[in-house]
Design a protein around this ligand. Structure first.
Ligand SMILES: NC(=O)c1ccc[n+]([C@@H]2O[C@H](COP(=O)([O-])OP(=O)(O)OC[C@H]3O[C@@H](n4cnc5c(N)ncnc54)[C@H](O)[C@@H]3O)[C@@H](O)[C@H]2O)c1
Ligand SMILES: [Fe+2]
Length: 382
């Protein structure tokens, strides 16, 4: 870092964190004089008991609730357009996203679209589209139900093109939630496989943020603590969950998302094409690629890997020690080691490499990644 240079640090969002936090939602809505709520979720969460309880509680407080849940597993642009139509037809004044990253990203994209009606991908951050996000956006509240993406504290949404499947990133500080109700109890019923995959997404965020090349010592501190909390709680949250492990995972997932305003890296660029092309869950795609991506990053960044290893309290404080830890952790939480075990075929690898090099995440990787590097990494992980 050149200390003659001026840099900007942003820290986000009011977070109400803790078991039962979601019960505060109706009072908050009333205090803010909101009445007509558009709740955005996914079809699966919409069936869960806690979701129905939240909606009933809102209705009992004389609030008008419209639920939009028609979203894809890996959300696409047309999902956002459909949700915006519901907003238009039902005269809402607030958006509440309830769910994992998929639902929260769609909620945030509808929020953007309400007063920005050009083609959604005109606002793609990778082509500088954030400068067109100039109009006001409605009141936005997020309620996470996975401990993974941390999208609830984020300022961006990841939406794929319906046709090309390429993932685009919509970004603006205006897209931050006014408040997050982070209630670990909502994550109690997450099945082990989703807990594992989403938890590894959070670990990937914290690790990639720490390694990302931008200067942001505040994010680095948060990322290291996020890594520590995950290392303490992920196995328990997957195999034998309790309030403490669920709480620590939820905190660490928000910390990951706060930290990755600094940037992500090679692992996310390896993962994104697996979701957009093959519909593989984002967290699972990261989890399988994480040890390989980290190994690729060791050379030249041994000092940072040493800090990660110390945080993880590893005996072997080398980069390889961290990579071994990750393979071992994947074993313990039943994440496969190989892409072939998550439905990737040899003939996909070239297309995946083409998509990965076009992805938005790797320009912040500590070292440059070429198409050839992506191809080799896929081959190694295959
Ligand atoms: N905006 C960001 O900063 C950001 C960062 C990383 C990833 N993402 C995006 O987030 C998405 C992935 O999000 P995710 O990992 O949270 O998964 P998800 O939202 O796809 O949810 C995974 C599954 O878990 C179910 N589920 C959610 N909460 C549950 C609960 N409490 N109990 C039982 N089941 C529950 C969902 O219905 C779904 O079937 C991807 O689209 C990815 O691109 C966004
Ligand atoms: Fe992620």
């Amino acid at each position: 870092m050149n200390f003659n240079q001026v840099v900007q640090f942003n820290f986000p969002t009011t977070i109400r964190f803790g078991a039962g936090a979601v019960k505060e939602l109706p009072a908050y809505i009333k205090q803010n004089k909101l009445k007509n709520l558009l709740v955005v979720t996914d079809p699966n969460v919409a069936q869960l008991l806690f979701f129905k309880e939240i909606i009933n509680n809102l209705k009992q407080h004389d609030l008008s609730v419209e639920v939009f849940k028609e979203i894809h597993k890996n959300p696409v642009k047309s999902d956002v357009y459909k949700g915006t139509e519901v907003w238009d037809q039902t005269q809402r004044d607030c958006i509440i996203g309830i769910g994992g990253g998929a639902a929260l990203d769609v909620a945030r994209s509808i929020l953007l679209r309400i007063n920005h009606r050009e083609d959604l991908f005109k606002y793609d951050d990778l082509i500088g589209g954030d400068i067109y996000v100039t109009n006001e956006v409605p009141h936005f509240i997020t309620i996470p139900t996975t401990a993974g993406t941390g999208s609830e504290v984020g300022r961006s949404a990841i939406i794929a093109d319906d046709v090309t499947h390429q993932k685009k990133i919509l970004f603006s500080p205006k897209l931050m939630a006014k408040i997050v109700f982070a209630d670990p109890k909502l994550t109690f019923d997450l099945p082990p496989a989703i807990t594992a995959a989403t938890g590894m997404d959070a670990l990937t965020h914290n690790m990639e943020a720490l390694l990302a090349k931008n200067y942001h010592p505040m994010c680095d501190g948060i990322a290291l603590e996020g890594i520590r909390l995950i290392s303490l709680s992920i196995e328990k949250a997957v195999n034998n969950p309790d309030l403490k492990s669920r709480s620590q995972m939820l905190l660490a997932s928000m910390m990951g998302a706060i930290a990755f305003q600094k940037g992500l890296g090679v692992v996310h660029s390896l993962a994104h094409p697996l979701s957009s092309l093959l519909d593989i869950h984002h967290g699972l795609a990261n989890a399988v690629n994480l040890p390989y991506g980290m190994k690729f990053n060791i050379e030249g960044f041994e000092e940072k890997f040493g800090r990660i290893a110390k945080t993880l309290e590893l005996k072997d404080e080398s980069g390889q020690g961290v990579v071994d830890y990750l393979f071992d952790l994947n074993n313990k939480i039943k994440i496969p080691h190989k892409l072939r075990d998550i439905n990737v075929k040899q003939e996909h690898l070239d297309v995946l490499a083409d998509l990965a090099i076009a992805d938005f995440a790797h320009p912040n990787n500590p070292k440059p990644v070429s198409r050839n590097d992506f191809r080799k990494l896929y081959e190694e992980a295959y």
